[in-house]
Design a protein around this ligand. Structure first.
Ligand code: CNA
Length: 277
């Protein structure tokens, strides 16, 4: 592992990675193509902070504002209003995709994107234009609401839900099952299980990539935090982008070939100059 900054400090392998990223900005040429062909990103809240959406752990982030229990299953059970108040705040803004999301959309267009495993719930990957079937929202999404009873299929899109907000002082009830149950954001709260089909799609992407880019996540939330070390293909090149260094276990293991400690947008714009315009 090494920190990027001055290109003259890069190892040969790191030089090769930087060059291959630059060569991955154009449409895949089947005959003589030296770029990456199966790029997978794992992204976290840091990929969206420049859009104005706070992350969890940075100063002024959601933990500072709401406390670490906001996204816990027991909060929904006992203090649901807190989660709906958070959503109401979130939904008031129009957030625009960042350079990270734009690069993903371009990698998709040039047919080099194998998948995006996103812990984010803001929907900015699809808003930027990434194909839905390539985006694996392992923690769910705020773009959808569902009945809190597992046997009920009741759901609303965020657009439909937004139309209901003004008329709801209290959290809305499901209109389908008639059981007085809550319509809740379709996100995975702490203490809940991940959707196994979505996780399966994410793992299939990770095992088959030739470039793995981990952007703007503290890699502290399990089980996602262990996915790279357990599932990313051994042959893949691996890049870390974050203001902070990777967690100890990733440093000890020398997992990342290139660690770029920088703002996410800046790092992506430097690595993939022609993707972000
Ligand atoms: P986190 O634990 O808050 O980590 C964010 C990481 O990104 C930290 O290491 C920061 O230092 C770093 N970071 C923040 N901004 C930047 C930046 N501009 N440039 C470089 N680095 C930056 O969040 P994780 O994503 O690791 O944790 C997973 C949680 C956060 C998931 O369950 C998400 O649902 C949840 N979350 C999502 C959003 C969103 O959807 N935008 C917002 C807040 C929290």
């Amino acid at each position: 592992m090494a920190d990027e900054g001055a290109s003259d400090h890069l190892t040969n392998k790191q030089e090769e990675i930087v060059q291959k990223c630059a060569l991955s900005c154009t449409e895949m040429d089947k005959s003589d193509d030296r770029g990456y062909r199966k790029v997978v990103f794992l992204i976290g809240a840091g990929a969206s902070t420049s859009a104005g959406i706070p992350d969890f752990r940075s100063k002024g982030g959601l933990y500072d504002r709401y406390g670490p229990d906001l996204f816990h299953r027991l909060t929904l059970e006992h203090f649901p209003q807190k989660i709906y108040d958070f959503y109401r705040e979130f939904a008031k803004q129009d957030y625009a995709p960042t350079s990270v999301h734009k690069a993903l959309a371009r990698l998709n267009v040039v047919k080099r994107l194998r998948g995006v495993v996103t812990q984010n719930i803001d929907g900015l990957e699809e808003q930027a234009g990434v194909d839905t079937d390539l985006v694996h929202c392992v923690h769910g999404s705020l773009s959808r609401f569902r009945c809190s009873r597992s046997f009920c299929d009741g759901f609303l899109t965020a657009k439909e839900y937004k139309a209901l907000i003004p008329s709801h002082e209290t959290p809305p009830k499901c209109f389908m099952c008639g059981q007085d149950s809550l319509l809740r954001p379709d996100i995975v709260l702490f203490g809940e299980s991940l959707n196994s089909a979505t996780l399966g799609d994410a793992l299939r992407a990770l095992v088959s990539c030739d470039l793995f880019v981990c952007v703007g996540t503290s890699l502290r939330v399990q089980p996602i935090a262990s996915l790279p070390i357990e599932h990313v293909s051994r042959d893949a090149h691996r890049i870390w982008i974050n203001r902070d260094a990777p967690p100890d276990v990733y440093q000890e293991n020398g997992f990342f070939d290139l660690c770029i400690q920088d703002e996410c947008d800046n790092a992506i714009e430097n690595l993939f100059p022609d993707l972000v315009q």
